[in-house]
Every structure is written in structure tokens, then in C-alpha cells.
Design a binder for this molecule. Sequence first.
Ligand SMILES: Cc1cc2nc3c(=O)[nH]c(=O)nc-3n(C[C@H](O)[C@H](O)[C@H](O)COP(=O)(O)OP(=O)(O)OC[C@H]3O[C@@H](n4cnc5c(N)ncnc54)[C@H](O)[C@@H]3O)c2cc1C
Length: 291
Amino acid sequence: MLPHRFQYHRPDNLEQVFELLDRYGDDVAPYAGGTELLLALKARVLRYEHLVDLKRVPGLKGVCESDGQIVIGALSSHFSLATDPIVKRLVPAYAALSDNIANIRVRVSGTIGGNLCFAEPHADPPAMLAALGASLTLRGRDGQRRVAMADFIEGEFTTVRGPAEVLTEVRIPAPAASARYAYCSFGHLERPAVGIAAGYCPERGTPHYRIWAGAIAGRPAQLRSVEDALEGVPPDKLGDVLAEAASAAAQELPAHDDLQGSADYKRHLAAVLTRRAVEQAAGLQPRRKAA
Ligand SMILES: Cc1cc2nc3c(=O)[nH]c(=O)nc-3n(C[C@H](O)[C@H](O)[C@H](O)COP(=O)(O)OP(=O)(O)OC[C@H]3O[C@@H](n4cnc5c(N)ncnc54)[C@H](O)[C@@H]3O)c2cc1C
């Protein structure tokens, strides 16, 4: 199907973007890689009279280090993040995750900002960015605000971004040298049915763990009961504590039946992937490429 007719705008700076978003209100959407937006317009699930292409706006792409943070421009493609030297050095698990998103065509065009703003629940980045303690910068005419990744997605296809705001960057605190992260996902379709992000973050000899589940519900969920059960447990003692805590936490996840599988199947996956992700982060298992 063809989309309804729309007018395509190519502003050169953020001021012009804000002016267009303001002028057209509910009839306008920002446009980044278009991998979600164009499909939705063609299927006539969404309809906008105006699209504002962000690609000419300077300063929205690329990665740099600043004040102990990794700053990622919202228009950076998944492919660019999979191959970026800063991301590979400081958060290799995020580079690996980016390398496993979709197919090469989507990775090259699709952006991290589009992924987060669309808030399609079967997505990889949100849980991992929440585990990494990332924050997002939203800019509008009246200034900018920072929102923790953990608070950005409210539910399926819903975020706290205002209609006239643009996501400009994602900031990840550079992990301590002793910290390690891992992400394990599985899905039989193109997108993940379940994805689990885990961090092993020892501080002054005491192990701490961060664990987030993604894709299984409308927004990423922190597995606090597993984190608490593993608090202070060294990697070589994880064994049964991890298996029991992961199974119990998975049963509580708000999964539902959909094309990706039944709720029971997804909870089973969540338990298995939680064990794998934590063991990988703790250095007990070699990293394997996710399905
Ligand atoms: C076949 C296929 C397979 C996929 N598989 C996976 C997968 O395995 N894992 C996964 O995580 N994802 C997957 N995806 C989703 C993919 O990651 C996203 O399509 C992509 O990242 C979206 O980015 P985009 O730049 O194309 O967004 P667009 O389509 O341009 O925009 C998406 C939405 O975000 C808004 N938007 C975009 N950028 C901004 C911004 N900077 N500020 C404010 N609003 C903005 C747009 O208005 C629109 O509502 C898949 C997609 C497809 C089509």
C-alpha cells in the first residue's frame, strides 16, 4: 500500500525543526532512518501530513567521550555503533547488541534515537541502556531536559517525549574498568521475544549485579529480586542462587501471548537468558552471538 500524501521538510538546524514541529502540531513527525515510520505510513497505521527529516541537522550523529560519559548522537545508526571504536572499547556489549539488530539494511538506516522514540516493545537497546544507567537528552524550543532511560518508555509505543521535543543524544556513564556487561536475546522472528541485559559491577571487592529484562513487556523491567539475591555473591558461587532467583523473577514478569510466543514460553526464555547474561557478565561463559 502507498502512504497518504505528506510534505517532506529538510531543515538545516534544530531551530528550524522546532519551528516546523510547533507549526504543524499533531500533523507532523520527526523522520530519522524511516525504518519504522515508513512501514507504519505505508500500512496506514499512522498518518502525518508533514515529515521533518533530521538528517541534515548538524551535531546529531557520532560518538564522543565527555566528562566520564559516552555521548551518542541520536541519529547514529545501529551499524555505526556496532563498529564505533569508543563504543567497542568502553561498552563492547552494546556494540555487540547493535551488530545483532535486525538485518544489515535496517542496521545501516535505523538509528538509536528512532528505536527509542518509537518504543516498539520488541527492541534490544532499551533494557541494555537501562542496565548501563543511560540518560536521554530531549530538546525543545524552551530548552533541554535529561530523562533516565529507565523512565523514558512508559509502555508500548509510548514515551515521555513531548510532541515538539527531539531526542538529541544518549549518554552512557563510562563503566568502571572492573565492570562487565552482557546482553542475551532470543526470538524466532526478526525482533527479540525476550532480551536480558546484565551487568557485573564489583566495588571495593563486593560484587553488585544489574539486571534488566526487555521486549517481554511494554517497557524494560528491572529484575530487582535477582539483583538483591546476588548482592555480594562472587561469580564462582552464583550457581543455584542465580538459577532459583532467575526462575522466580521470570514468573513475575508481565508477559503476554503474541506472535513471538506464549507468555509461559517467554517467561521460560527470561529465566534461561537471565542465567546466561549474568554468567557472561561475570565471566563464567563465553559470549555467544544472540539468535
Ligand atoms: C525488519 C525489521 C527488523 C527489526 N529488528 C529489530 C531488532 O532485532 N531489534 C531492535 O531493537 N529493533 C529492530 N527493529 C527496529 C529498528 O531498530 C528500528 O526500526 C530503527 O532503529 C528505528 O530507527 P529509525 O531511525 O529508522 O526511526 P524512524 O522510523 O525514522 O522513526 C521512528 C519513530 O521515532 C521518531 N523519531 C525518530 N528519531 C527521533 C528523534 N531523534 N527525536 C524524536 N523522535 C524521533 C519518529 O517520529 C518515529 O515516530 C527492526 C525493524 C525492522 C523494520
